[in-house]
Design a protein around this ligand. Structure first.
Ligand SMILES: *Cc1c(COP(=O)(O)O)cnc(C)c1O
Length: 381
């Protein structure tokens, strides 16, 4: 015990006090319908699997390309920009972390708890995002020793317009980094390029548009990252391109911002198999377009079915829906669905506790969900 305490003393106070991010569960149990982490229900393209298999040989002993140059060239071609405007990361999560480390100052260390009460965090040390959104953002700020400023979304998870923004006391136009999740998670709500640009033009610090779900939406805002000196976009191969397992994401933005982030990443931050898989992914856009179409169709079918059962289902432009179930509390629904081998996500926070976030699976998965939901409703009626 004494030895453990002596060891603990060696850990920085900030790290000792840190509340780590809690990822969605990855259960081992077989036969579970897994609708809790927004994974894509369809496998990667056969061409991607082929390319990865072909890369598994004695070359695994070599280091991968440190800058993922071929992949950056392909992405540059896709987005009509220069390869120096692209940074590839170990998932979009790494891009988010690099952005915090590159643009945000840590608060001065050793501030006592007393001073905290009166302490308004200075803008250079502030990460802000609209809430609710991805719960990793405040954790990244805390890990870096920076402040997090949560700005509430409007009714039905809308972004504030210019007039509303002016009256939002919580909003800090000077915050060093503002992250906008678009489409929003966990609500699934999509935003137009115009609404996003209205916020960007009223922001002085860096704006990072987290477009992890953009491929499922009718509109994206990539052009803002190619137009404004303070705007960047991050994307992921996890959700739309079925590559969660390989961890690959990227940022697009002004050269000076991207080059600054490169200085802080690990030299070999993206593993070789992930680079191979991502390149092959970009060579087969037709396969993925068809997946996006099927997922949108299944999402609309599921939303319609759940609404008929009395769920309030928010319109979604992503591969998940946020739904407020009828009858028993959402936490109870979560538990009962789980007993029936269906895993969804429930967030124990005041603004989300009434909802379930349900990833869109195959049509068969969603038929099972609807059938089980019907049965549970009957048994509680
Ligand atoms: C899943 C998710 C990410 C992380 O994506 P990875 O590329 O798997 O790291 C980032 N932002 C949002 C909003 C997400 O839902």
């Amino acid at each position: 015990m004494a030895r453990e305490t002596a060891s603990e003393q060696l850990v920085r106070p900030l790290v000792r006090a840190l509340q780590p991010y809690v990822p969605g569960e990855q259960p081992r149990a077989k036969g579970l319908i897994k609708l809790n982490t927004n994974e894509n229900p369809y496998p990667p393209s056969p061409r991607v699997l082929e390319a990865v298999r072909a890369a598994v040989d004695g070359r695994l002993r070599l280091y991968p390309d440190p800058t993922a140059e071929r992949l950056r060239q392909k992405l540059a071609h896709l987005h009509n920009c220069d390869p120096d405007q692209i940074l590839v990361g170990n998932g979009a999560d790494e891009i988010l972390r690099l952005a915090v480390h590159t643009f945000v100052e840590p608060l001065a260390a050793q501030r006592g708890p007393l001073s905290r009460r009166y302490f308004v965090p200075p803008a250079p040390a502030t990460v802000q995002s609209f809430v609710p959104s991805y719960s990793l953002y405040p954790v990244l700020a805390a890990q870096h020793g920076a402040a997090f400023n949560p700005v509430p979304l409007q009714m039905e998870f809308a972004l504030p317009d210019a007039g509303q923004l002016k009256h939002l006391k919580q909003w800090q136009p000077q915050a060093a980094l503002t992250i906008i999740t678009t489409p929003n998670a966990p609500s699934g709500r999509g935003y137009t390029r115009r609404e996003i640009e209205a916020i960007c033009t009223r922001t002085k610090g860096v704006v990072l548009l987290d477009e992890t779900y953009a491929e499922f939406a009718p509109e994206h805002a990539m052009e803002l990252a190619l137009k404004h000196p303070h705007v960047m976009v991050c994307r992921s191969f996890s959700k739309a391109y079925s590559l969660c397992f390989l961890r690959i994401g990227y940022a697009v933005g002004p050269r000076a911002l991207i080059q600054a982030m490169h200085k802080l990443r690990d030299s070999y931050n993206v593993n070789g198999l992930a680079q191979v898989a991502a390149e092959a992914t970009l060579d087969d856009p037709a396969y993925y377009r068809e997946n996006f179409r099927k997922i949108a169709e299944t999402r609309e079918w599921t939303s319609d079915q759940l609404r008929r059962l009395g769920f309030l289902v928010l319109p979604s432009q992503t591969n998940f829906v946020l739904a407020r179930p009828p009858g028993p509390p959402a936490s109870e629904w979560f538990r009962r669905l789980r007993e029936n081998n269906i895993l969804v996500r429930w967030f124990d926070t005041p603004d989300l506790a009434a909802y379930l976030r349900i990833s869109i699976g195959t049509p068969g998965d969603m038929e099972t969900l609807v059938r089980v939901a019907k049965r549970l409703l009957k048994s509680t009626a």
